[in-house]
Write a protein that binds this ligand. Structure first.
Ligand SMILES: Nc1ncnc2c1ncn2[C@@H]1O[C@H](COP(=O)(O)OP(=O)(O)OP(=O)(O)O)[C@@H](O)[C@H]1O
Ligand SMILES: [Mg+2]
Length: 457
């Protein structure tokens, strides 16, 4: 009997511990909200001063403070940690602001991030510079990139779409106004097309012309045909489409020039050097050119094709060089993008400001994307596991980098989004001949209106 009672007494807590361990692995978000958050918050509150001291983030108290402590208490005067703001819980972690003491800089706190993460039992700690003298600590409770859930609220706008989640649980947005052209690199099956899929379905709802060059015979981009203003599915079609885009860009420059020249009395603020300064009624819609498997445009089988290749590369370089002011942006995807592709490859790469590097097979490929950003970014890209497709290292315009992962989006859902917003495709007359043919959606076979009757005598 006593054995039974002991078993019952032990069974409860053991089941609770087992359940918590299971929830932590299988439902990390629910575990964090119910168990992880209160535990970490309690640890943080209880050990804040001692942890900061152990990390070397405390400073000697001011003379007035030391005097006040001595006068009011008999305790020894201890070094003081940075003043802490309110702890703000989130669905993925905790946030807290710190006021740096004189002589401290954000890098001091960032250098201790790994120690803080262990002290407070969280998955990771990130430090963000908020304003001079104030940093924000972002504690992330669990690995948010394992099962990606985008934050519910984010500031999207024209030409700004959230495509992935950063490892600090904030949304990563692709902003074409800030970073006009981008290179997306990665080995096969690393998630490049998924990244494109998110971009296209995000932009589908905006008044933007989407143009695709997909030399895999269109298998990646053709499902979005209903929303695309133009689609080329092999190098020969691309060779016809690219000069039309360059011509469109030149026409847009003429439009801007005409606007600058027409009225000599135009107020200064209305003189513009790009399409965004044009009045809305005259402004041509932005065009985004998606190139999947860019190497296909560079590779030639015979000498005869070489001329066509050189022309295409020159057009791409011109679009990358001059496109931004004309509202033409490039999103270039490839498995490798180095000098071995031939003339013009490195020149085009140098024009692509944004860099996203998915899993790669060798360090040289990662260097093609991130080499000029940071050596740590290259090694981070080389260590992406094949089990996590969609995970990538993205270079910031500020020279920093972070890990991101796209959420899963099925091709059918993305294609449905494109079909639903097909009417939003803006009218760009020059691209009309390249508009892809969209086969009509077959109507579901329903019950026939008149029930067939067997023929009888
Ligand atoms: N974020 C993600 N979450 C889950 N699965 C993903 C994610 N990204 C990609 N995948 C899966 O990984 C596989 C490869 O993705 P994708 O087709 O985007 O790769 P790719 O880099 O374009 O490959 P390729 O060079 O062969 O075209 C697909 O089956 C896709 O469903
Ligand atoms: Mg692909």
């Amino acid at each position: 009997m006593t054995n039974l009672v002991t078993l019952a007494e032990l069974g409860g807590p053991l089941a609770a511990i087992g359940g918590a361990a299971y929830a932590r692995h299988a439902h990390p978000a629910a575990y964090w909200s119910t168990v992880g958050l209160p535990l970490s918050a309690a640890r943080l509150l209880a050990s804040y001063s001692s942890t900061m001291d152990a990390c070397g983030l405390t400073v000697e108290p001011s003379r007035w403070r030391a005097l006040a402590v001595r006068a009011t208490t008999r305790r020894e005067v201890r070094p003081v940690p940075p003043r802490r703001g309110m702890i703000r819980p989130t669905s993925t972690g905790l946030r807290m602001r710190l006021r740096l003491a004189p002589g401290q800089e954000p890098m001091d706190v960032a250098a201790s991030a790994e120690r803080l993460r262990h002290a407070w039992g969280v998955h990771a700690v990130y430090v963000r510079d908020v304003k001079p003298g104030v940093v924000e600590l972002r504690l992330v409770g669990y690995d948010v990139l394992r099962r990606v859930r985008m934050p519910r609220r984010f500031d999207s706008g024209l030409l700004r779409v959230p495509v992935a989640l950063r490892e600090d649980a904030t949304a990563f947005a692709r902003d074409y106004r800030a970073v006009p052209h981008e290179l997306v690199l990665g080995a096969t099956l690393s998630g490049k097309s998924m990244y494109l899929r998110h971009l296209i379905s995000g932009l589908a709802a905006q008044p933007v012309a989407l143009v695709g060059v997909d030399c895999k015979r269109g298998v990646e981009l053709a499902p979005f045909a209903s929303r695309l203003s133009a689609l080329a599915t092999d190098p020969a079609e691309a060779a016809e489409l690219l000069p039309v885009l360059v011509k469109e860009m030149e026409d847009r420059y003429d439009l801007i020039k005409a606007r600058q020249g027409i009225a000599p009395g135009t107020p200064d603020e209305e003189i513009t050097s790009d399409v965004w300064g044009l009045p809305e009624s005259e402004r041509p819609p932005p065009i985004i050119l998606f190139v999947d498997e860019v190497a296909e445009l560079f590779l030639v089988a015979s000498r005869k094709d070489e001329e066509r290749r050189d022309e295409m590369v020159t057009h791409l370089i011109r679009l990358a060089q001059l496109g931004r002011a004309a509202g033409i942006y490039l999103e270039v995807c490839g498995q490798r993008f180095g000098a071995e592709l031939g003339k013009g490859a490195t020149m085009l790469r140098a024009q692509l400001t944004g860099r996203v590097c998915h899993r790669v097979n060798d360090e040289a490929s990662a260097k093609m994307a991130l080499g000029d950003i940071a050596p740590e970014a290259v090694s981070a890209a080389c260590s992406i596991a094949p089990e996590l497709p969609g995970l990538a290292v993205v270079g910031d315009t500020s020279g920093g980098w972070s890990r991101i992962r796209t959420p899963y989006l099925s091709l059918a859902d993305a294609a449905a989004t494109c079909r639903a917003s097909a009417h939003l495709a803006p009218d760009v007359p020059a691209l009309a001949p390249f508009r892809p043919h969209v086969p009509p959606v077959p109507v579901e076979a329903s019950a026939p209106a008149v029930a067939p009757r067997p023929v009888t005598e």
